[in-house]
Design a protein around this ligand. Structure first.
Ligand code: ADP
Length: 222
């Protein structure tokens, strides 16, 4: 079950992927998380990535592709994966297709989480994240029990620098210019599925669960 999640920032790709990954036992691979981790640990990749990310721009295609290449070769990705935040441009999608061909596999589906811009901006500007375990909260939709503290691990909550209004606008602009074209690209290849994502989180999850369950059964039968 090799899945790509498409959709604008704030559609809930990461939130849904974490839960699906746990339920279906396949890794959630997020280039955004990997880049933020590199920034946190202060690697060379992190220093390079920071200047792009904080302003809401994309890191160069080759940087993202190199990260994914290494990650997909790991043992735990053999039974499948959910790619979140990759590919983000058509060149990245083409490079992914080539890479998977070399590895003798292919994508099963590209799932497009659809959400309106109004909902996205509300979600991103109210988002708080745990510095320790990465759990995501929202000041209105999913508030933590105690202000500024993670319910799950007690870690400190913070706002991503790119969740500031100017960076949100820039990310949406980049999404429209570079990433939205992927919807057509995957539709042309017969891989696209659309799932509404500006409804309640649990409703979107149910729809995703149905899709994933079908694949699980199909994989077991074949
Ligand atoms: P979101 O989907 O909420 O915008 P992500 O966590 O997926 O956030 O990504 C955060 C930032 O990391 C992006 O704005 C971009 O700078 C960088 N990034 C992540 N994935 C890629 C990618 N595939 N190609 C280029 N840049 C990326």
């Amino acid at each position: 079950m090799n899945i790509v999640f498409l959709g604008p920032p704030g559609a809930g790709k990461g939130t849904q992927a974490v839960d699906l990954s746990r339920q279906f036992g396949i890794p959630h691979i997020s280039t955004g998380d990997m880049l933020r981790e590199a920034i946190k640990t202060g690697t060379e990749l992190g220093r390079l990535a920071r200047s792009y990310i904080d302003d809401g721009n994309l890191v160069p295609d080759q940087v993202a592709v190199d990260i994914i290449k290494e990650r997909l070769r790991k043992e735990d990705a053999r039974a499948g994966y959910i790619l979140d935040g990759f590919p983000r441009t058509i060149p990245q999608a083409e490079m992914l297709e080539e890479l998977l061909q070399e590895m003798g596999t292919a994508l099963d589906r590209a799932i497009y989480l659809e959400a309106s811009e109004k909902v996205i901006v509300e979600r991103l500007s109210g988002r708080w994240i745990c510095r320790e375990c990465g759990k995501v909260f929202h000041i209105v939709n999913m508030p933590p029990r105690a202000d500024g503290i993670c319910d799950a691990c007690g870690g400190e909550l913070y706002q991503r620098p790119d969740d500031q209004p100017a960076a949100i606008r820039q990310r949406l602009q980049v999404y429209r210019e570079k990433t939205a074209d992927l919807i057509r690209w995957y539709a042309d290849r017969g891989l696209l599925l659309r799932v509404p994502a500006d409804i309640a989180r649990e409703e979107t999850y149910k729809k995703l669960q149905e899709i994933f369950s079908r694949y699980k059964v199909a994989n077991e039968v074949s």
